[in-house]
Design a protein around this ligand. Sequence first.
Ligand SMILES: Cc1ncc(C[n+]2csc(CCOP(=O)(O)OP(=O)(O)O)c2C)c(N)n1
Ligand SMILES: [Mg+2]
Length: 404
Amino acid sequence: MAAHAEATPDSEATAGLTPPVHRPDRQAFSHVERHIMADTAKPKGRAAKSSGTRKRGRKDTSPGLSNEKPEILLDYYRRMLFLRRFEERTAQAYTQARIGGYCHLNLGEEATIVGLMSALREDDYLFTNYRDHGYAIEKGMDPRRVMAELYGRTDGVAKGWGGSMHMYDTATRMLGGYGIVGGQLPLAAGAALAITYRGGDEVVMCQMGDGTTNIGAWHESLNIAKLWNLPVVFVVINNFTGMGTTVEMSSAEPDLYKRGAAFRIEGERVDGRDVLAVRDTTTRLVERARKEQTPFLLEAWSYRMKGHSVVDPAKYRTDEQKEEARSEQNDPIRLFDRQLTEAGILTDELREEMAASVKAEVAEAADFAENSPHPDVSTLFDYTYATPVPNESTRMPADPVFAE
Ligand SMILES: Cc1ncc(C[n+]2csc(CCOP(=O)(O)OP(=O)(O)O)c2C)c(N)n1
Ligand SMILES: [Mg+2]
């Protein structure tokens, strides 16, 4: 469609594609792409593509390691590895029926999570969708209590009543964990409004998936965030799929970082496999949101290594697509491992040491969860309502809510 191509000059990646398809150039984009709307809201055409031409391959796209402190790089590596092993353990516990209910994993998203969280201050706020375990841990929650929540035990962060999709902890300012697609967006805007009311300088980060950009709450929240100058960074994790539906099948504008344009919100896209690129891009946007008191949009491309949830065999993916999602070149941990090894920062000895300590820490979290008591059924409604409501597990739907 000529008009569409005109409006989005750098969308050659998607031009002429018919669904269902796989984006052909996922391997080849500069590590950051920007879409900036001028105050006139007039598209600037090709000049708006500030990052220049697309480069092929990965080696030119990383910010490089030369200015980085080795101990910080190793810390990122360990944190990513921890999330990987934690999620693998979660999947295992689920198949053993130790964990029940819905359960969505962050496998493949580790560099994005560590990069994003490294850009936040401790007092910044975070809202996420249901794919939240890694975010909760990286925002500062005790992994043992996250695992206990997955197990539905009293030592869990939500006393065992929330489960996988509802990690929540005011102390670390991780305000959930939402199962309704887009449910977190209006709440994130509200939290940012509260910050401005109080005259604070915290920033809200609101994570979501690509599929979320087509829900009403997306439009409402981005609109009000820009209208009221709220310090919130909306982060779209583009894993190219909402359950089994591709971005191309569901988004008229598949370059998601441009979708803030309708609200004059600047957007950027980053390679979510690259922890340093994510950290640097996010830091810039978070600090601008803090200083300029205005929202931003960040799109991070990363792979969902498995199905939508632990029970989804992803039969809608071809073998080739499954391989692509799990390949070495798209695995953020193997990529970073190679980078650090080539730079002489990660040695065999260090790798083994870290693998062992991560394994032990994950095992400790699982033991902690296993040994935590199940909540008493009498507490079922204790945390459901903010004010006391005489709700009992024996009450039937037709019974009056309030006692006569
Ligand atoms: C309002 C609403 N509609 C539908 C669903 C069912 N649903 C759960 S996850 C999901 C896909 C969302 O995809 P995306 O936003 O890309 O996030 P991802 O799972 O890829 O992280 C859907 C449709 C839901 N939970 N809430
Ligand atoms: Mg998705």
